[in-house]
Design a protein around this ligand. Structure first.
Ligand code: SF4
Ligand code: SF4
Length: 433
């Protein structure tokens, strides 16, 4: 059952104490056409075109997709293929900024008269889950009301990974928009109640939202124990409602919709202004950063510009996009910030672990939030035993990293699960051919 297994992690949330800062828009942005889970967009612009801030520059006919917009005004230098940190080759529009931030005339407040208008507007905004998963938001909203009844909107403000505080700053600095976004979703989708889940280590945010929601009995604030991975979707649903999303099922199957707090805030801002998702708040922290803080960064800003705006003691030798548990190491200083990046962590002298033989302590099994047996999965992967990997349900692994974190033998358990899933995927592709 979900919610029985979690681990304690250190916090390192110094950036959460500072008001978010703005950095100057970069001279050049690299805007990937693959900014979400789902089908990548195709560019709508060509080399040499002049584009304006907020102009749609990429889209797709696929339902499971969200458009991409220019985060600066300027000239399209080129359209190139860029290897993303996850190894995917992504078509990328390179724009030389003219430093004028000329607004595109399409940026205007959308007219919302019904549920369909609302969902269409959210699609046009390019919204994706800002908590890191990058699920196109309009897909979540467009559930079939004849088949599914959603009675609870859950707002994920757990932010349980160390260092990351971008959602927390959203709660503190943009609280009216977060609450406004929640009310907009509830009204347009006719969802009768909402629960905002905030971890107990954020008392100021809890107090603020308790006060703000006091006149709205349909919206409650729930205090979550500070543990990891509290913000994982199925775990959050269990903690906040007691409902269990079974294997192969979706949150909507148990009447829930989960939305990240920053996504709710963005929805409100977009419906009020029409400005699509062209910038986001990210946490810059790590042991080389003198003054950890959150920054508003234009989508497509190259990593080296982000590093340059942070005051660092020494050049980092390890850069993580996202948190230390589930983030991805960036190997190229030109890697652009995407809609789903919520943190850039800059480390020097990061420890190097040497694995030793498994001592059969069982800690990895105790730590796994979805009751897998990581040590058994490791054996199965080492033997490339696809049948056993399937039987042990490696597909349920959410790559939270808890097993690797607690393992005293420092075995790369979570990493091997990723490889195992890839092995099964490739085998399934082969079988289809
Ligand atoms: S990485 Fe996968 S196997 Fe390891 S604890 Fe998390 S869910 Fe379980
Ligand atoms: S935590 Fe590490 S040492 Fe302990 S059983 Fe799991 S793999 Fe083996």
């Amino acid at each position: 059952m979900f919610g029985l297994h979690s681990i304690k992690l250190p916090h390192f949330s110094a950036a959460g104490e500072q008001t978010s800062r703005r950095i100057n828009p970069p001279k050049v942005v690299y805007i990937s056409m693959a900014q979400h889970i789902g089908v990548p967009c195709e560019p709508l612009v060509a080399k040499g075109d002049y584009v304006r801030l907020g102009q749609k520059i990429g889209d797709s006919d696929a339902f499971m997709s969200a458009p991409v917009h220019a985060s600066v005004s300027g000239t399209v230098r080129d359209i190139i293929d860029v290897v993303s940190p996850n190894g995917r080759l992504c078509k990328t529009v390179v724009i030389d900024s003219d430093n004028r931030m000329q607004l595109d005339p399409s940026v205007k407040q959308p007219q919302i008269n019904c549920r369909e208008d609302f969902i269409k507007a959210i699609r046009e905004s390019g919204a994706v889950g800002l908590g890191g998963a990058g699920f196109p938001t309009h897909v979540k909203l467009a559930y079939d009301r004849d088949k599914v009844e959603i009675d609870t909107l859950l707002i994920n403000a757990a932010e349980c990974e160390p260092y990351i505080t971008s959602d927390y700053r959203e709660l503190m600095e943009n609280s009216d928009a977060v609450l406004g976004g929640i009310k907009m979703i509830m009204k347009n989708l006719e969802i009768p109640r909402a629960i905002i889940g905030i971890e107990s280590d954020k008392p100021e945010a809890i107090e603020k939202f308790r006060k703000m929601t006091a006149p709205s009995p349909a919206i409650k604030v729930a205090v979550l124990r500070s543990s990891y991975p509290q913000g994982a979707e199925k775990m959050l649903i269990y903690k906040l409602t007691g409902r269990v999303v079974k294997e192969g099922k979706l949150p909507s199957d148990v009447g829930c919709m989960v939305m990240n707090a920053s996504t709710a805030g963005f929805i409100h801002s977009y419906i009020r202004t029409g400005m699509p998702l062209v910038k986001r708040r990210i946490t810059i922290d790590g042991n080389t950063v003198n003054a950890p803080a959150n920054f508003f960064v234009a989508v497509g800003t190259p990593l080296h510009d982000v590093v340059a705006c942070a005051s660092v003691r020494k050049q980092p030798d390890k850069v993580i996009l996202g948190g230390p548990m589930m983030g991805t190491c960036a190997f190229d200083p030109d890697t652009p910030i995407s809609k789903t990046n919520n943190a850039v962590l800059l480390f020097a002298e990061a420890p190097v672990y040497t694995e030793s033989p498994c001592i059969r302590c069982g800690r990895c099994i105790q730590a796994c939030p979805v009751n897998l047996m990581p040590t058994e999965l490791e054996h199965a992967y080492d033997e490339r035993n696809e049948a056993r990997l399937t039987k042990l349900k490696v597909n349920l692994c959410m790559n939270c990293g808890s097993c690797s974190y607690v393992c005293p033998a420092k075995r790369p358990l979570a990493e091997k699960n990723q490889l195992a899933k890839d092995l099964l995927r490739r085998q399934a592709d082969k079988n289809r051919k």
